[in-house]
Design a binder for this molecule. Structure first.
Ligand SMILES: O=S(=O)(O)/C=C/c1cc(Br)ccc1O
Ligand SMILES: [Zn+2]
Length: 260
């Protein structure tokens, strides 16, 4: 029912249900028994410098924590990737209830939220805007969130959210290590070729979805839900919830796993 709710309440979230001619759209359901183990998949190598953290803002779809990507200080390589990718931002997708909220699912299992760490190929391109148009331009790490114990590292971010309740609000946000949001085990992941899940929906993403989730507390997730889709001027305020895209057809793609 989340998908129907989404269609009714947030038509923008449907965007084009599938990009015309799009045969590698995201998100998808990861059918574990149909994923193919690939022994050539390496462990992920992340090197994140907290000094490159710059600001946090509400863009009217989610909230983004943005990093200085003018140098190779915060990077991702290894895993399924041939090149080095620069971190430009991370953000989340979540539901109005803990019953749903993630974009990817595992054997149809929904999680209450999903973290996306967005990187672009700095070996081949000089700007995100260039890379976003190329089929090997982006790499996004997806991490599922489950409700459980409080995530100490996340709290600094949660405490900043009330300052960006409304669309287009932005505050300085520094010295945040996004590595603290990765699960203990980053060797086990699924990977497939897909797209951005928000406009421009371009088919330029190598998705790397972590098998292991992270835990956040109910109260921390409740603060995500206190954000608003709407700007301060709008008379009707709408809670920022259910900001996920509906699942897209696999179109014959293979999802590979780094583990058996
Ligand atoms: O939900 S994602 O697919 O990670 C969208 C990522 C995304 C990142 C940037 Br930066 C700009 C537009 C976008 O759509
Ligand atoms: Zn996302």
């Amino acid at each position: 029912e989340a998908a129907e709710y989404n269609m009714k309440m947030h038509p923008m979230w449907q965007g084009p249900l599938a990009v015309p001619g799009g045969d590698r759209q995201s998100p998808i359901d990861i059918v574990v028994r149909k994923s193919v183990f690939d022994s050539k998949l390496k462990p992920l190598e992340t090197e994140y410098d907290p000094q490159t953290c710059q600001q946090i803002w509400n863009n009217g779809y989610s909230f983004l924590v943005e990093y200085d990507d003018t140098t190779d200080k915060s990077t991702l390589k290894g895993g399924p990737l041939q090149d080095k990718f620069r971190l430009c931002q991370f953000h989340f997708h979540w539901g109005e209830s803990n019953a749903w909220g993630s974009e990817h699912t595992v054997d149809r299992r929904l999680f209450p939220a999903e973290l996306h760490l967005v990187h672009w190929n700095s070996d081949k391109y000089s700007l995100f805007e260039e890379a976003v148009m190329e089929d090997n331009g982006l790499a996004v790490i997806g991490v599922f969130l489950k409700v459980g114990k409080r995530h100490e590292g996340l709290q600094k971010l949660v405490d900043a959210l009330p300052a960006i309740r409304h669309k287009d609000s932005i505050v300085e946000f520094t010295r945040f290590d996004p590595g603290c949001l990765l699960p203990a085990n980053t060797d086990d992941y699924w990977t497939y070729h897909g797209s951005l899940t928000t406009p421009p929906l371009t088919e330029s993403v190598t998705w790397i979805v972590m098998k292991q989730h992270i835990e956040v507390s109910h109260d921390q997730l409740a603060v995500f839900r206190s954000l608003l889709f709407t700007s301060a001027e709008e008379e009707v305020q709408k809670s920022m919830v259910n900001n996920f895209r509906v699942q897209q057809p696999l179109r014959g793609r293979t999802v590979r796993s780094s583990f058996t």
